[in-house]
Design a protein around this ligand. Structure first.
Ligand code: NAD
Length: 285
């Protein structure tokens, strides 16, 4: 039996519609809408294309979106001053700093200057702490997108074996916390797991498998448990275009649900940013 495909564009569109009606209600009640600012340093083409897609989604939902492009040679203190000014601007509800940043910028340091209540990507150290304690609704966007996909299958995560391959601070680690909130039993694999020759053994146990590594076709169908839910986060350029970390055709024969690449996790990620902007706005009302 072939897996059902978790179409990110369809899911994104459903979530977008529900966020749009939430913003309409908020506008009626409070006579204002959320405003977010995206700080882009330099004008890298890829970065701007991504910002453009954010702008389109924000506009659809009814969020006021401002793109602040600042020169590539900006100094750390100047950037921190800008963040502080936005923190103090009552008309701004959410702030994000687009990655990558130039070498002279310490990203984590700037991120920690963002007011915890305006931290749209949940990357401020205080928000990470709150996430560990389960106390914040603002969570990093990619893990939030992954959770949205998993929940769309209707699976009850309680007691399920969830295996994450990839332990980065932006995907694997925060995702582990979100899965724990749902009482899944979570295993996090990484380069050390592969070096020890134990990756396949863990992957085979997964009821829910999430792969975020950045190696094309690292996970093959024969490594996957029959009926598993497979979420492929990887984005790799290949001669066949963009591919994920999971060998799609063979995995599709084993999984019950699978996300495609492209068109799976990615489209929902940008919508989760807008969800965070609405949460930030509500927290500031
Ligand atoms: P990263 O480089 O920060 O982390 C990679 C992780 O993979 C590390 O934990 C590392 O230990 C592990 N790893 C490396 N080789 C391995 C191996 N052979 N076996 C097992 N684990 C191994 O990467 P990241 O920023 O988390 O991104 C991972 C992938 O997800 C990339 O392809 C990236 O483009 C993609 N991504 C997609 C989205 C999205 O919204 N769709 C968002 C973020 C990242």
């Amino acid at each position: 039996m072939s897996a059902r495909v978790l179409n990110g564009k369809i899911l994104a569109s459903k979530v977008k519609d529900s966020l749009k009606s939430e913003v309409e209600k908020l506008k009626k009640e409070f006579n204002k809408v959320p405003k977010m600012v995206n700080i882009v340093i330099g004008q890298d083409h890829g970065t701007c294309a991504y910002a453009k897609s954010q702008e389109k989604v924000a506009e659809y939902i009814g969020i006021n979106y401002e793109l602040k492009t600042i020169p590539a040679d900006v100094r750390q203190e100047k950037l921190e001053d800008l963040v502080c000014a936005l923190n103090n601007d009552a008309g701004v509800n959410g702030i994000m700093i687009h990655k990558p940043v130039p070498d002279q910028i310490n990203y984590n340091l700037v991120a920690n200057h963002i007011d915890i209540i305006k931290d749209l990507e949940g990357i401020n150290i205080a928000n990470i702490g709150k996430m560990v304690l389960g106390e914040t609704k603002i969570v990093p966007c990619t893990p939030a997108s992954i959770m949205e996909h998993i929940k769309s299958t209707g699976v009850n995560l309680r007691g399920k074996e969830a295996v994450i391959v990839g332990s980065s601070s932006i995907v694997g680690k925060p995702l582990c916390l979100l899965l724990l909130r749902e009482f899944a039993t979570v295993t996090v694999c990484h380069i050390g797991t592969s070096e020890a020759g134990k990756l396949e053994g863990h992957v085979k146990n997964a009821d829910i498998l999430i792969v975020a590594v950045g190696i094309a076709s690292l996970i093959k169908g024969d490594m996957i448990k029959k009926g598993a839910i497979v979420i492929d986060v990887g984005i790799n350029r290949s001669e066949n275009g963009i591919v994920g970390d999971v060998e799609y055709d063979s995995a599709k024969e084993k999984a019950s649900y699978i996300t495609p690449v492209p068109g799976g996790v990615g489209p929902v990620t940008v919508v989760m940013l807008m969800k965070n902007a609405i949460e930030a706005f509500k927290a500031q009302l």
